[in-house]
Design a protein around this ligand. Structure first.
Ligand code: GDP
Length: 289
C-alpha cells in the first residue's frame, strides 16, 4: 500500500475531530515510515502537526488535513524545483549509477524541452561503455534531437568540448550531457566532474550549469545512501527520481528532499518518452490526504 492510501487510511480511522488521539498520531507516524519518508522526518512531521493543531485551535478534520499537507509541502520545498536554463547553450550534466534510468531520462527531457520550442543537443559523455552512446543515440532519434558522440574510451571532456562547439555553431539552447555511471569512486567522480565544469566555464562562461542526479525510487532508503556520496562530491542542483510508477512508497520523495536538501525537479513515471513530469510539491501533496 502506498503513501497516499496509508495516509488516507490513517484519517479514515478517525472520522471526527473528537477521535483525534495519540493512537491516531502514532498510526500516522507509522504510515509515514512505511512509505519510506524516513524515521526522523516522520517523527518531525507528526510533532509539527500536533503542535499546529494545538496552537492554531484546529477543531475540524479538514483543517488537520490542510495542516498536514502544508507541513509535507514545506518538507518538499528545499529549493527551486524548476530547471535553470540560462545562456546559450544552457548546460545540464546528468549523473547517476548505471541502471537507474539516466539514458531514458535524458531522452525524455530532450523531448520535453524540444516540445517547448528549444533546440536541444545530447552529449554522449559516458565513454566507458560503447553501448551507452548507442543507447543515447537511439533516444536522440526518438526525441528528434542531435547528438555528439565519439568512440568508446574517448575523453569525456573532449566529447563535451565538441558538443559545446557544435551547440554554439548551431544556435542550440540546451546541451544535455550524459556522464559515466561507473564512477563509484568518489575521487574519480569528483575529478571527472571538475574537469567537465572547467570546460563549461571556459567555453560557455555565461551559461547556467545544472547537475542533476538520477535516482531510482524503487531502491528506497538504500538509494539515499548512494545519493549522499554524490551530493558530497558533485554539487548537485536537482534530482530526477525515476520509476516512481514502480513503487507504491511515494514517501521517498520527501526523504530525498529532507535528507539531501536538494529539490526533486522531475519524476519518471514509466518507460515511455512522455513519462517524465516536472515535480510540483504543491500538486504532489494535494492528493495525499
Ligand atoms: P541507465 O543505465 O541509468 O542509463 O538506465 P536506462 O535509462 O537504460 O534505464 C534502465 C531501465 O529502467 C530501462 O529498462 C528503462 O526502461 C527503465 N526506466 C527508466 N525510467 C523509468 C521510469 O520512470 N519508470 C519505469 N517503470 N522504468 C524506467
Amino acid at each position: 500500500m502506498g503513501l497516499f492510501q496509508i495516509l488516507k487510511q490513517a484519517f479514515t480511522a478517525v472520522p471526527t475531530f473528537d477521535d483525534l488521539n495519540d493512537e491516531f498520531y502514532d498510526s500516522l507516524e507509522e504510515a509515514l515510515i512505511l512509505a519510506d519518508v524516513g524515521a526522523e522526518t516522520a517523527c518531525d512531521i507528526v510533532a509539527q502537526l500536533r503542535k499546529r493543531v494545538k496552537e492554531r485551535f484546529i477543531g475540524r478534520m479538514e483543517e488537520v488535513k490542510d495542516a498536514l499537507r502544508d507541513i509535507l509541502r514545506s518538507k518538499l520545498e528545499v529549493g527551486d524545483s524548476a530547471l535553470t536554463l540560462e545562456g546559450k547553450p544552457a548546460v545540464v550534466l546528468v549523473i547517476g549509477v548505471n541502471g537507474v534510468g539516466k539514458t531514458t531520462s535524458i531522452g525524455k527531457l530532450a523531448k520535453q524541452l524540444k516540445s517547448q520550442g528549444k533546440k536541444v543537443l545530447l552529449c554522449a559523455g559516458d565513454t566507458f561503455r560503447a553501448a551507452a552512446a548507442d543507447q543515447l543515440e537511439i533516444w536522440s532519434q526518438r526525441a528528434g534531437v542531435d547528438i555528439v558522440r565519439q568512440n568508446e574510451g574517448a575523453d569525456p571532456g573532449a566529447v563535451l568540448f565538441d558538443a559545446l562547439q557544435a551547440a554554439k555553431a548551431r544556435g542550440t539552447d540546451v546541451v544535455l550531457c550524459d556522464t559515466a555511471g561507473r564512477l563509484h569512486n568518489k575521487q574519480n567522480l569528483m575529478n571527472e566532474l571538475a574537469k567537465l565544469r572547467k570546460i563549461i566555464d571556459r567555453e560557455c562562461p555565461d551559461s547556467s550549469c545544472e547537475t542533476l542526479l538520477v535516482l531510482d525510487a524503487t531502491t528506497g532508503q538504500n538509494g539515499l545512501i548512494q545519493a549522499r556520496t554524490f551530493k558530497e562530491t558533485a554539487g548537485l542542483t536537482g534530482i530526477i527520481l525515476t520509476k516512481l510508477d514502480g513503487t507504491a512508497k511515494g514517501g521517498i520523495v520527501i526523504a530525498i528532499a529532507q535528507e539531501l536538501g536538494v529539490p526533486v525537479k522531475f519524476v519518471g513515471v514509466g518507460e515511455g518518452i512522455d513519462d517524465l513530469k516536472p515535480f510540483d510539491p504543491a500538486e504532489f501533496v494535494q492528493g495525499m490526504v
